[in-house]
Design a protein around this ligand. Sequence first.
Ligand code: PLP
Length: 337
Amino acid sequence: MIDLRSDTVTRPGAGMREAMAAAEVGDDVMGEDPTVNRLQDRAAALLGKERALFVPSGTMANLLAFVAQTRPGESILLHQDAHPFHYEGGNVAVVGGLLTRLLPGAQGRISAETLAGSVIRSNDHHLSNTTVVALENTTNRGGGAFYTEAAFAAIAGVAHEQGLRVHCDGARLFNAVTATGTPPDQYARHCDTVSFCLSKGLGAPVGSILAGDEATLEEAHRYRKMLGGGMRQAGILAAAGLYALEHQVPDLAEDHRRAAWFRQTLATQGLTFPLPSPTNIVYVEVAEAPKAVVALAQAGVKVFATGPKRLRVVFHRDISDADTEAAVEIFSRTLLS
Ligand SMILES: Cc1ncc(COP(=O)(O)O)c(C=O)c1O
């Protein structure tokens, strides 16, 4: 079975498992896990931030960023396709007491112009002030699109001028880094908080990072404990994250190459692609997505339907060139003949 549902399905390889087995550990709730501390220091340095926190998931990283930088009753600005709006269980409403205001924009990206017209900062007690804007880089529902650093600078310029904090949901930040050549700290310098996932294309089994300034991260740390995200000998997991950062970042380019080849080959055969696919996520348009999912699974490829006519295909480190060729052949046979 060729599993193209998500880059979260990657399994740790032998080198990563060895690093996990050998990890020096302690109680991280007491701040005494040397491997977690090393990962957090490494992540903070990579992002040019004062402090970073190891958290169980990208969902928790986003939630902590929001609750640490808002008060209940305020609003956060998100793209209408943003992951926290669609796929994080309404947590910002339940836990943060926050409203979400949604912005339009192609491929999951917002612009400085749409942001400028959507900010509410007022002393009028009728209103819910907007206090945070989040940028997804790369975009999940937007087809793996990336922001340029110039776009980050323009959006952050407007946001900061109006007193907003900027959060980057960088679940796939290293895919954007790979595609653009922009180093992670160059993106991060425009943002107050930045998250990235170790458990997606980077190939670790568990974990994400949230980084930012000391005061915001202290607040995030308090919420991490409150929400049950304080882990004990988490160095076993942090070792996988360190291994991923040290050894597996360059492999993301291979995922992008395979996604591009998959798309290009099937496009020439007549398959329809509703969005550009600049990184590792490819959307395919079909007549009936639920039926296509079943037919493809029967033929040996797993994908997700993300709409009545839309399939999502995600390339990751457990997919080889041979798997990609086989997937093209199965898509062609199942959907085009
Ligand atoms: C853009 C984006 N943000 C956040 C998340 C949440 O990550 P997790 O599944 O680790 O909670 C995902 C997961 O797919 C994502 O694609």
